[in-house]
Ligand binder design. Structure first.
Ligand SMILES: NC(=O)c1ccc[n+]([C@@H]2O[C@H](COP(=O)([O-])OP(=O)(O)OC[C@H]3O[C@@H](n4cnc5c(N)ncnc54)[C@H](O)[C@@H]3O)[C@@H](O)[C@H]2O)c1
Length: 337
């Protein structure tokens, strides 16, 4: 018998998940969106209220693709109603405390839970991480990324997640300046997610420098600087370049700067979100426990905790340490997309 996969929220992202689920050809698909005009466009079983959907149906896999302000309520209700496999869009929640409460529920109910930070399902980054772990470039000393147009949580969350993934380390502290020009959010006044720039220090002493200010509009550039080499990535132009010292030159002191050799590497262009949704759904189905989920609840929590830390740092004009322990900060609800 086919498993039932339900999608809540059928906007830009939900439609991609729908395409992905259809192309896997093994699900009975049910959709839910507040907006009847949206659900009426599909010839599928439909709901317009997510509580009714969850109460009425036996759902094997639930995809939550509404905006961030409803992720916590939907996910908590789904977990309490015994849905066992959930893929939730990022940002996971709109406060750190909500994320932590979800984690407790997930553990208590043995739920398999994935968060859609798309680069976690990318074969190119997986291959790159392998090369890094094999010590081809030496330890990562710095990751630099920039991406125009702001949105330090919605867009930056993906890149902070990538930094944790590639360095295999956790955030230690952050110092940041948030853009205070109050540029309206492109999706309307009900969302606030400003840009900013700063430095994130990781526990293994790698430095993450980021500039996602709102005064420029160029696509993402990533530079990964390692002890013996560097990697430059411009995904949009499918430009991945890797350079490292030869084996013999690695023995030279760091004060010497020998010519680096280019390491052939083929990476992807812009991430195909339908393909990555397919991978995330497959990962969720195959997983027997949460350790097998490539991007799980802790990754979701960290990806909001880091930009929230950036916001607090900017206000206080000082470093903010991780994990954030102050309950007032953890409770604060943000207006992320
Ligand atoms: N993983 C990624 O790379 C990626 C990319 C884009 C967006 N996103 C995230 O996906 C989520 C959705 O973004 P989007 O671009 O699809 O937004 P969108 O505005 O295009 O779509 C949201 C949809 O959810 C519906 N909706 C909202 N509240 C609902 C509710 N309570 N019950 C049922 N339906 C509801 C809306 O009617 C709309 O159709 C956001 O959290 C966003 O940050 C993730």
């Amino acid at each position: 018998m086919k498993k039932t996969l339900a999608i809540i929220g059928l906007g830009q992202m939900g439609s991609r998940h729908l395409e992905a689920a259809k192309s896997l050809k093994k699900f009975k698909i049910i959709i839910c969106d507040l907006n009847k005009k949206t659900t009426n466009q599909h010839n599928l079983k439909t709901y317009n209220n997510w509580k009714t959907l969850i109460k009425n149906e036996q759902i094997d896999i639930l995809v939550i693709a509404t905006n961030a302000n409803s992720h916590f309520n939907i996910a908590s209700f789904a977990i309490k109603n015994k849905i066992k496999r959930i893929l939730c869009e990022k940002p996971l929640t709109t406060s750190i405390l909500q994320g932590e409460k979800l984690k407790k529920l997930i553990i208590k109910n043995n739920t398999l839970f994935a968060v859609n930070h798309i680069r976690r399902w990318s074969d190119s980054y997986k291959k790159l991480k392998q090369l890094i772990n094999e010590n081809r470039f030496g330890k990562i000393v710095q990751i630099y990324f920039d991406m125009g147009g702001g949105q330090l949580t919605s867009n930056g969350g993906h890149l902070f997640d990538l930094a944790r993934y590639l360095t295999s380390s956790e955030p230690k502290k952050i110092f940041a300046k948030i853009d205070d020009k109050k540029t309206p959010h492109p999706r309307g006044k009900k969302f606030i997610d400003h840009g900013g720039y700063g430095i994130l220090l990781m526990k293994n002493n790698s430095r993450v420098l980021f500039d996602m200010s709102e005064d420029y509009g160029t696509p993402t550039i990533i530079k990964i600087l390692c002890k013996y080499g560097y990697i430059l990535i411009d995904e949009k132009n499918k430009y991945w370049r890797c350079f490292a010292r030869s084996k013999k030159d690695k023995k030279l002191p760091l004060t010497k700067r020998p010519n680096l050799i280019q390491i052939p590497f083929k990476g992807h262009g812009m991430i195909n979100m339908i393909k990555s949704s397919k991978s995330s759904i497959k990962n969720l189905i195959a997983a027997k426990n949460n350790f097998m989920i490539k991007c799980g609840i802790d990754d979701g929590i960290k990806s909001i905790e880091i930009p929230i830390g950036a916001n607090i740092s900017s206000k206080k004009n000082s470093y903010v340490n991780f994990p954030i322990k102050n309950l007032k900060i953890k409770k604060k609800i943000y207006k992320f997309t």
